[in-house]
Ligand binder design. Sequence first.
Ligand SMILES: Nc1ncnc2c1ncn2[C@@H]1O[C@H](COP(=O)(O)OP(=O)(O)OP(=O)(O)O)[C@@H](O)[C@H]1O
Ligand SMILES: [Mg+2]
Length: 383
Amino acid sequence: MIELRNITKKFKDSIVIDDISMKIRDGELVAIIGSSGCGKTTTLKMINHLITPTRGKIFIDDVDIDTMDQVELRRGIGYVIQQSGLFPHMTVKDNIEIIQKLEKKSKEEIEESTSSLMDMVGLSDDFLYRYPTELSGGQQQRVGVARALANRPEIILMDEPFSALDPMTRISLQDELIALREKINTTIVFVTHDMDEAIKIADRICIMKDGKILQYDTPEEILRNPYNEYVENFVGINRIWDSPEYIKVEDIMIHTPVTCRDDFTRFRCIRRMRERNVDSLMVVSDDGTYEGIVSRRTLQRVSNLKLRVKDFMYTDRQTASPDENILDVLKIFDEKNVQNVPVTDENGKLVGLITGSTLIATLSQQYLTEEEREEEEGGTDHE
Ligand SMILES: Nc1ncnc2c1ncn2[C@@H]1O[C@H](COP(=O)(O)OP(=O)(O)OP(=O)(O)O)[C@@H](O)[C@H]1O
Ligand SMILES: [Mg+2]
C-alpha cells in the first residue's frame, strides 16, 4: 500500500500541494486527474522521492520512504512519462534491459524476460533491435511500459503516458493496459488529463484542484455523486450518459408503486387504478413480498366477478434488482415486450417499479440543455 499522509509541498513560497492524504491499495490502479498545474506530477514524483515533501510523510507498505535506500526505492518503482523517456541512442532491447543488466542477471534470464515483456505490451520481437526514432509514438510508449515493468516493480507511476498519442492508438494502449492488469498485480498510479481515460482504466479516481484532493472515489461514485460543482463540471454534466451502466435501477425507479393484495376483487382493483391513475397494480403479500402484477388489460378479460387477484394476476413478469443498471432493464423491456418491470430486493420484497415512461423520462434527460434542466428542477420544487 502507498500512503500519503498530510503531504504539503512548497516551491519557494507557493504551496503546490496543500496537505493531501491518500491511500492506494496493492494492485489498485488509481488515476490522478485535474487541470494543468494542480500538482499531479509533483505528487507522482514525491512517491518515488524525486521530490521531497515540505511536510508530511509517504509510506510504502508502512515503511517511511525517507528511511529507504533511494536507489532501491526507485528501482522498485517503474516510471513511465509522456514522451516515453527512452534513451535515443539505445536499441529497444537495451532500453528494456538496462536496469536488469545493472543487477547482473544472466543474459538468458534477461532475454527471456524481455521477450515476455514485449509480448505483454503487444510488440513482436522484431522491434528489439530498432532505435526509438524508428518506432511510432504508440510503439515507443509500449516500450516505455515494457521498460517500467522490466524490474517487476510493485508500483508503476505513469505520468500522462498516452496523452501525446492519436486517439486510436491511445484507445488501443488503454485496452492493452487493462489486459496487462489481468496478468500482473502491480499497483499503478496513473496521471491523466482525460476523464474518459480515467473512467475506463481506473479502479479509483483522485480529482485534484489547486494542490488539494477534491474527491477520491470509484468512477461510478464520482459519476453518480460528484462532490461539488467543480467536479461535476470537470466530469461533464452529461458524462454519466456515456457510461449508462452506472445508472442504477434504484436511481430511476418509482419508489412507491401502487399495490394491492391477492384477495382483491376485480372491482376493487379497478377502483384503485382509477383513484391512483395507474394502469397496473403490484400484488404484494402482507409482509411486502412481491407476488405478481395485475394490469388493466387483464382486468378487462375477467368476466367472473367472484374471482380474486390471485386467480388472474400475472406472476411470470421478470423483475429487476435495485443495483442492476439501466441497460439490463432496457433489455428486459426490449426482449419481453413489457410495459413495466417490478423491482425487488434480495428477499423478494417489492421496492419499486420501472415503467416505460420512467425510462423515457430518464433517457430524455440526456438531450436537455442545462437551462432546461434547471427550469425543470425549479418546476418540481413547487409540486
Ligand atoms: N521545480 C519547481 N519549481 C517551482 N515550481 C514548480 C516546480 N515544479 C512544479 N512547479 C509548480 O507546481 C505546480 C504543480 O506542478 P505539477 O507539475 O505538479 O502540475 P501538473 O498537475 O502535473 O500539471 P500538468 O497537467 O500541466 O502536467 C505548478 O504551478 C508548477 O508551476
Ligand atoms: Mg504534469
